[in-house]
Design a protein around this ligand. Structure first.
Ligand SMILES: Nc1ncnc2c1ncn2[C@@H]1O[C@H](COP(=O)(O)OP(=O)(O)OP(=O)(O)O)[C@@H](O)[C@H]1O
Ligand SMILES: [Mg+2]
Length: 323
C-alpha cells in the first residue's frame, strides 16, 4: 500500500459495539497513583485518542490494558471477556500494541520482525518445526506471505531484508505497527506512533491508521501531536494526573477550557495570537528560516511535544521492557 497525505475528516464510526471496556482502572506504585479510576471504551471501527501532559499516566494505562501491569483496581474486557494479565495472552485475545520506546529485534531483518509478531496466530508445535514436516512448511509459507502483505501495507516491502537497526527512525515505528498487525488484532494500541517523525511521515501515519481502521481494526492512540489527534480521532479522552478529565469529539475536547488550561497551557499576557503564530510557523517552514526574537516563547499550542527517543538513533531499537 502507498500511504497518501490525508486531509479528509475522520469517517464516522459505523458500529457502536465496544470492543474494549476499561472500568475503574487504577494503578498505584507505592504512594503514587499513576492512573485513577479510569473508564474508557473503544468501539469496533473507532479511532480513539488518548492525550495528556507528560507523566499523566497514558503509557501506564496502556500497560494495564495489555497485561504488562496488573491494575491495582478495575477490570479490562475485550469483546466481553476479561483480559488475562499476561501480554502474550492479551495479544492472542486480539489486542496488539506498539511501544513508546521502540522495541524491535534490532539484529533481525524487517521481515523476521514481522514473522515474530505472527507467532500467536500459528499453531505449529515444536515437533512439527523440528521435523520440518510438510504441514510446517505450508504454515511457514502462509506466514511469510501474510508478513509480506503487511510490509506492503505499511510501505516497507522494499526493505524486507534490511536489518531493523538500519531503518530510519520513522520506518522503525512503521515496522512496529506492521509487527503488531501480524497478530491480526481487533484492537491496536499505538503509543506515540509519530514521535520523532517529520511532518510528511506524520501525515503518512495518519493515512495508515485510517487504512487500518478501514480493514476492521479499532485503534486507541496516544499522541502529543494535537493536529494528528484532532484530524484523526472520532473521540478523544484527556488524562491529567492519572484521571480522565474530559472525553468527547475533537471539537468538544479542543474547546474545553479545562483541557486548554491543564494540557495546552494557560495563555499568558502577551502570548502571541493566532495570526502571529501562523506567521511564525510559515517562517519556520521556509528553508533554513530562523525565528524572530521571542517567537519561541509562546505556549506550545500546537502540542508538538516529542517522545523520549532520539530521532534517527538506530540504537533506539530495543528489546528491553517498556517503562
Ligand atoms: N513502573 C513504574 N514504577 C513507578 N512509577 C511509575 C512506573 N511507571 C510509570 N510510573 C510513574 O507514573 C506516572 C505516569 O507515567 P506514564 O509513563 O504513564 O506517563 P505518560 O502519560 O505516558 O507520559 P509521557 O507523555 O511522558 O509518555 C509518572 O509519574 C511515572 O513516573
Ligand atoms: Mg508515555
Amino acid at each position: 500500500m502507498t500511504t497518501t497525505t490525508a486531509t479528509t475528516p475522520p469517517a464516522p464510526a459505523t458500529d457502536d459495539t465496544p470492543v474494549l471496556t476499561a472500568t475503574g482502572v487504577t494503578m498505584r506504585f507505592g504512594g503514587l497513583t499513576a492512573v485513577r479510576a479510569v473508564d474508557l471504551t473503544v468501539s469496533a471501527h473507532e479511532i480513539v485518542g488518548l492525550i495528556g501532559p507528560n507523566g499523566a499516566g497514558k503509557t501506564t494505562f496502556f500497560n494495564c490494558l495489555t497485561g504488562l501491569y496488573i491494575p491495582t483496581e478495575g477490570t479490562v474486557t475485550y469483546r466481553d471477556t476479561v483480559l488475562p494479565p499476561k501480554p502474550h495472552l492479551v495479544t492472542k485475545a486480539g489486542v496488539a500494541r506498539t511501544f513508546q520506546n521502540i522495541r524491535l529485534f534490532a539484529n533481525m531483518t524487517v521481515l523476521e520482525n514481522v514473522l515474530v509478531g505472527r507467532h500467536t496466530r500459528t499453531h505449529e508445535g515444536l515437533f512439527s518445526a523440528l521435523l520440518r514436516t510438510p504441514r510446517f512448511h505450508r504454515a511457514e509459507t502462509a506466514s511469510t506471505r501474510r508478513a509480506m502483505e503487511l510490509l506492503d501495507f505499511t510501505g516497507l516491502a522494499p526493505k524486507a531484508d534490511h536489518l531493523a537497526r538500519n531503518l530510519p527512525y520513522g520506518e522503525q515505528r512503521k515496522l512496529e505497527i506492521a509487527r503488531a498487525l501480524a497478530s491480526d488484532p481487533g484492537l491496536l494500541l499505538l503509543d506515540e506512533p509519530t514521535a520523532g517523525m517529520n511532518p510528511q511521515e506524520t501525515r503518512a501515519t495518519e493515512a495508515l491508521v485510517r487504512a487500518i481502521r478501514a480493514q476492521g481494526t479499532a485503534v486507541l492512540v496516544i499522541e502529543h501531536d494535537m493536529r494528528f489527534i484532532f484530524n484523526l480521532c472520532d473521540r478523544v479522552a484527556v488524562l491529567v494526573q492519572g484521571e480522565k478529565l474530559v472525553e468527547g469529539t475533537s471539537d468538544v475536547v479542543q474547546a474545553d477550557e479545562r483541557v486548554i488550561a491543564a494540557y495546552l497551557g494557560t495563555p499568558f499576557e502577551g502570548a502571541p495570537g493566532e495570526e502571529e503564530l501562523a506567521e511564525v510557523e510559515a517562517a519556520e517552514a521556509g528553508a533554513g528560516a530562523t525565528t524572530g526574537a521571542g517567537a519561541g516563547t509562546g505556549t506550545d499550542t500546537a502540542g508538538t511535544g516529542t517522545g523520549t527517543e532520539t530521532a534517527g538513533d538506530p540504537g533506539a531499537a530495543r528489546t528491553e521492557e517498556d517503562r
